[in-house]
Design a protein. Structure first.
Length: 619
């Protein structure tokens, strides 16, 4: 193991390539220690950037504060006056075009360009440019009848869906890829006719499943693969007609399903409670890492040497501190990246055949760029906003190759000599991502609030920007508790009703202090295709608004941080004795000696097994 040197330094002058030991440093935000390993130093050296002065969590929180997915506004295009939905609040001092106009050629991309001013910090000048340079209203590409969503590409007939790609008839979802005719998904791939799935792939006509693959006509599953016609199961593979992990004949299974009658909301809630109690008796794998060599984190599939990362799919290599990525290599510190990208550092929503990208947001198809926002298919940009198919630009001003290269080096030196200091005294030299207070969004408009929620008082203490979000209060015409219990009793006139979210019902009022923080929209409607879906598959009407349903799914997953853990297999049974092992384990009757890094929190009640012991228990 590498020796850890006890050091605290903000911006050490070290020759990175010569370091062979780890260094412990103090985060300038949270003041907690974090460690930089020799491999990290090697990556920073390769990218020609200094080591970070923020820890991983604070770096991630800061990047997330530059991505607004779900807070949308009614606005008008600054160029045409056309009505549009925008992720930018119209009261902000920004220039926003409708995306169709923005992608056209009827405006001058370089008109907002400015000379670099060595009398002001770089980040001040970048914010000035951000306010002038036109931005597209939404981060969408090739969407048809799907304007009510954001950070989407190749979508058709989708509604209130976010951060998704290549879907059709998908509503109330997040992170859907190649999905069709489904509702209420969270990070799903190649599913159809599905409902309330979380971290599920290649499944059909299924509902209320978590971390499952290749399941058909199955409901309430956890960590299952290749199941058909199963209900309320955990840790099963290649099974049919099982309920609570017990086999049934085809005829008995159907009879039991009819007797349960989960088309009744009351019956559905009762079964949910029974299922969650049943799950407590079974061990969980410490992390979901499949076909991944030398990797740590959670929800990693088909990867090699990916460390401290989450939700990684489809051939990722040599990456660290990455969330929600696929098809990438040699990348550090990113959220929402990949698609044939390499050599990227401190990025958000960036990739698509990209290379050598540093400190960027909402940028695709670029090469050799730094500190850009909303730029696409460009090369050699520094500090640019909203450019397409440009080259050798600084603050949106055109330069020759020689002028560009010389000025970039001078700016980097200037960023060290005149760093930006935010209201909390945090210092930003070259090598740091954009400060949160310069984001076009307030903290509570962004995904930072989703994954690292703060109260207004906590945000003020950290000097993060905040705004009072407008509640969308409509005329509630029916309370959620007054909805028909059974789907068969729902009439077409429900489409005319405005339903009050159960989190804001008379019974819950005053008991949900986090309602506003979680994005409760208070009231909602049932749309025609949605009602048709519920009737076809016999699901009762939901009682929560789409945002509250989203946050319920989000709450199922572990946080994006790891801790040291030990296998809880005690030989022939678990530590708690609640679970009796099915297989013979390599350690016999002795306690398993394996240790691991896990995203499960110390307070989690789950029984955690290492990968080897868990595999022995898969039925």
């Amino acid at each position: 193991m590498s020796k850890i040197e006890e050091k605290t330094c903000q911006n050490p002058d070290v020759k990175v390539g010569t370091l062979t030991s780890s260094e412990r440093r103090s985060c300038q935000n949270c003041k907690k220690d974090f460690t930089i390993e020799p491999d990290d130093f090697a990556f920073y050296d390769r990218m020609k950037v200094p080591p970070p002065t923020f820890c991983f969590i604070c770096r991630l929180q800061r990047k997330m504060s530059w991505r607004n997915e779900r807070t949308l506004y009614k606005a008008k295009c600054a160029a045409t006056g056309k009505d549009m939905i925008s992720m930018f609040d119209p009261v902000n001092n920004l220039t926003v075009y409708h995306r169709d106009y923005w992608w056209g050629d009827d405006w001058d991309q370089l008109a907002a360009g400015q000379d670099y001013d060595f009398s002001k910090p770089f980040f001040v000048q970048f914010r000035e440019l951000l306010e002038r340079a036109p931005l597209p209203n939404l981060a969408n590409t090739n969407v048809v009848n799907s304007e009510y969503g954001n950070h989407n590409a190749d979508m058709k007939n989708c509604y209130l869906t976010y951060a998704s790609y290549n879907n059709e008839n998908l509503s109330y979802s997040y992170g859907g890829n190649n999905c069709k005719d489904s509702y209420d998904l969270y990070v799903a791939e190649k599913v159809d006719q599905a409902y309330e799935l979380t971290l599920v792939g290649h499944s059909s006509r299924s509902s209320f499943c978590y971390n499952c693959e290749n399941c058909l006509d199955s409901h309430f599953l956890y960590a299952c693969e290749n199941l058909t016609n199963c209900l309320g199961c955990i840790n099963l593979k290649k099974k049919s007609y099982h309920i609570f992990n017990q086999p049934y004949t085809k005829e008995d299974y159907k009879k039991k399903l009819e007797a349960l009658d989960l088309s009744s909301y009351k019956n559905l809630q009762a079964f949910k409670k029974q299922y969650y109690e049943f799950m407590k008796n079974y061990p969980r794998r410490y992390a979901n890492i499949v076909k991944a060599q030398d990797s740590t984190g959670d929800m990693i599939v088909n990867a090699k040497n990916v460390k401290y990362s989450f939700d990684i799919y489809d051939d990722a290599q040599n990456c660290k501190y990455v969330l929600l990525g696929l098809g990438m290599k040699d990348c550090y510190d990113g959220f929402g990246l990949g698609g044939g990208a390499e050599l990227m550092y401190e990025i958000v929503d960036t990739g698509l055949s990209a290379s050598n990208i540093k400190f960027s947001c909402c940028a695709h198809g670029n090469n050799n760029v730094e500190y850009i926002y909303g730029c696409h298919f460009s090369d050699y940009l520094f500090g640019c906003v909203g450019l397409r198919k440009n080259k050798y630009c600084i603050l949106n001003k055109q330069y020759t190759k020689e002028e560009y290269e010389k000025l970039v080096q001078e700016i980097k030196k200037h960023m060290e000599d005149m760093p930006y200091m935010d209201k909390a005294g945090r210092v930003y030299e070259y090598g740091e991502y954009f400060p949160q207070e310069l984001s076009p969004f307030t903290y509570n408009e962004t995904i930072a609030q989703k994954y690292y929620p703060l109260t207004e008082e906590e945000a003020e203490k950290s000097k993060f920007t905040w705004k009072e979000l407008q509640e969308k209060n409509y005329n509630v015409t029916v309370k959620s508790e007054d909805l028909p219990d059974h789907i068969k009793n729902v009439k077409d006139d429900i489409l005319k009703e405005t339903i009050g979210c159960a989190n804001n019902s008379d019974a819950q009022r005053g008991q949900s202090p986090d309602r506003k923080a979680s994005g409760c929209t208070t009231d909602f409607k049932i749309i025609p295709n949605e009602l048709e879906f519920y009737r076809k598959f016999n699901y009762p009407l939901p009682r929560l608004c789409p945002n509250c349903r989203h946050y319920q799914r989000l709450a199922q997953r572990n946080p994006f941080r790891l801790r040291a853990g030990k296998c809880m297999c005690a030989g022939t049974k678990s530590d708690s004795s609640k679970y009796q092992n099915l297989g013979l384990h390599f350690h016999g009757n002795d306690h398993c000696p394996n240790e691991f890094e896990t995203a499960f929190t110390p307070e989690s009640p789950e029984t955690l097994y290492c990968g080897t012991c868990y595999q022995e228990e898969i039925a």
